[in-house]
Design a protein around this ligand. Structure first.
Ligand code: FEO
Ligand code: CA
Ligand code: CA
Ligand code: CA
Length: 544
């Protein structure tokens, strides 16, 4: 473990019980509004989905589906607690609002159907505002409102651009995301092929894509190949006292590794545009978790750590001995296009599906390992065979530095429930239990929030209720259930105003009557992924 002092942050809400059903449940004294649903208008002049299916041109102007990671940006000259920008990822289409019966087959889709499906992934940027009556709404005609989709053209930068090409059509499977200190948005592609249009070259996907929500910086959006190609979940930034920085990233593979990218340059707070090259030049590392609680960052640099022509990839050793494969790393582009293999060759630890990573204000870094039912060979950082419920690890960098090549780690909690019969499923959560942690973020006041993406089969919901959001005390590790989602959904995405009095949360892929059963919503429409707004009626910070 480490010796940084721990603080218990005040948590003042009464936990809600586990439940199923088609509503969002929050503690007494809190309110929920639906802000922004799949198909809602984004660009000025768009009408938005209202029942009939949209054509390709209209689909490009409205919200995509499966809202996931997001971030809130302040606007110059505006009260940031009442008006700002939201950048929101769309991981997948909400197929049910695009095609009859929700059916889409990439192999036989027409060109028009492909355009429509590809419109529904990517990013929405919307201006949002709190009305005098306290409700938030999308500013309908804002010049900031913008869509980045699977049909948009993206520039490619960094060492692998020579292989990928100067541009790629489409960003895809935009899972979670992260902000940069210079106010851009990093949207993460969680798949390394184009499942909506397999005719496109696969090397174009599986990257981190930088977007400027303000629309000011030249050369964006851009796929930043220096950060590697894998099933990217999110990014989390550690900014050092000297303005060196590191971006932590999980590969949500079964299994996958944990990475960090350290730019060669430093963040320049005074000149925004000067930071535009930071994500093109630097070093990509993979994490090795040693059994004694120490860890190492291993450079993924061609010519080092076994990354040479004829390298031997041991494969997925978590399922027993594999037939090793030979792979040639002739250049850094080879390392970046085949990052997963490079990480295995170099000795990175194969983790139980790393989802979000978050850096707390005290420098502690948390990662969710959501689950990995297929694990047969365990290690200290992934101690459960058939890890159905997942766990959370935290670490601190040596000297708290983003440049560190060593760290100290510990298992923060094992998810599951003490009532479960199988000892491997029991877990050690104190308080409100859960399965399959996914979203995680420490807010600026130090409260640790965890969101779940467990399968919604009855054996899971019978124990834990629907997917939910929890607040976990970092010191006592006591968990309290804060919000429960409607049937079929996962809870993901977390953004907030600077005063923490407004939280934005995403309800992804609900399957029942929600949100058409909510006040002000069209009762005739099918379920839609949506951004909701959580506030408390006494105007204090959420969670306090
Ligand atoms: Fe898109 Fe790994 O969650
Ligand atoms: Ca998802
Ligand atoms: Ca996720
Ligand atoms: Ca997940």
């Amino acid at each position: 473990g480490d010796d940084t002092p721990e603080t218990s942050y005040a948590v003042g809400f009464r936990a809600v019980p586990p439940q199923v059903g088609d509503q969002v449940r929050v503690p007494e004294g809190y309110t929920v509004d639906v802000l922004f649903s799949a198909g809602d208008a984004v660009l000025a002049g768009a009408t938005g989905y209202a029942g009939p299916f949209l054509g390709a041109a209209e689909a490009e102007q409205v919200a995509g589906g499966n809202h996931d990671g997001m971030h809130y940006y302040e606007l110059p000259g505006q009260d940031p607690n009442r008006r700002g920008l939201l950048a929101i990822n769309h991981e997948l289409p909400d197929f049910g609002i695009l095609f009859p019966g929700g059916s889409y087959d990439a192999a036989s889709a027409t060109d028009e159907q492909k355009l429509i499906a590809l419109s529904a992934v990517g990013v929405s940027v919307i201006e949002v505002e709190k009305d005098a009556d306290g409700h938030w709404r999308v500013v309908a005609d804002s010049p900031y409102n913008r869509r980045y989709t699977g049909n948009t053209v993206y520039r490619v930068s960094g060492p692998a651009a020579a292989v990928v090409g100067p541009t790629v059509v489409g960003t895809l499977n935009n899972c979670s995301s992260g902000p940069t200190p210079w106010g851009t948005y990093l949207t993460c592609e969680e798949t390394t092929d184009n499942y909506l249009d397999p005719t496109q070259a696969p090397e174009g996907y599986g990257w981190v894509v930088e977007i400027d929500p303000y629309g000011e910086l030249d050369g964006l959006p851009v796929k930043r190949t220096a950060l590697g190609r894998f099933d990217h979940e999110n990014t989390a930034c550690l900014l050092g006292r000297d303005n060196h920085l590191a971006f932590y990233m999980g590969d949500d593979g079964t299994p996958g590794c944990i990475y960090k990218f350290v730019p060669r340059g430093r963040y320049d707070p005074g000149r925004r545009a000067a930071n535009a090259m930071l994500l093109d030049e630097g070093t990509l590392y993979v994490a090795r978790f040693n059994a004694d609680g120490t860890g190492e960052w291993i450079e993924l640099v061609q010519g080092r750590n076994g990354l040479v022509p004829g390298a031997v990839d041991p494969g997925n050793v978590t399922q027993g001995a594999q037939a090793p494969a030979t792979i040639d790393f002739h250049s850094q582009a080879d390392v970046l296009v085949h990052t997963k293999a490079a990480a295995r060759v170099a000795g990175g630890t194969l983790m139980d599906r790393p989802e979000w990573i978050t850096v707390g204000p005290d420098g502690r870094i948390y990662v969710t390992l959501t689950n990995n039912g297929g694990r047969q060979v365990t290690d200290a950082a992934n101690p459960r065979p058939g890890n159905r419920h997942g766990h959370i690890i935290r670490w601190t960098e040596q000297d708290g530095s983003p440049l560190a090549t060593r760290f100290e780690w510990e298992i923060f909690l094992l998810a599951g429930d003490p009532r479960l019969a199988d000892e491997h499923l029991q877990g050690d959560i104190q308080g409100d239990t859960f399965s399959s942690p996914d979203g995680i973020r420490v807010d600026p006041q130090g409260r640790l929030w965890v969101q779940t993406d467990a399968s919604t089969g009855s054996s899971i919901t019978g124990t834990f209720g629907n997917n939910a959001m929890y607040c976990i005390d970092q010191a006592t590790r006591v968990s309290r259930r804060f919000l429960v989602g409607p049937d079929g959904c996962e809870i993901t995405g977390l953004a907030y105003t600077p005063d923490l009095k407004t939280f934005f949360v995403n309800i992804q892929h609900p399957t029942g009557a929600w949100p058409s059963n909510q006040p002000g919503q069209d009762p005739g429409l099918p379920p839609r992924s949506s951004t909701i707004v959580v506030q408390r009626s006494d105007g204090r910070p959420v969670g306090a």
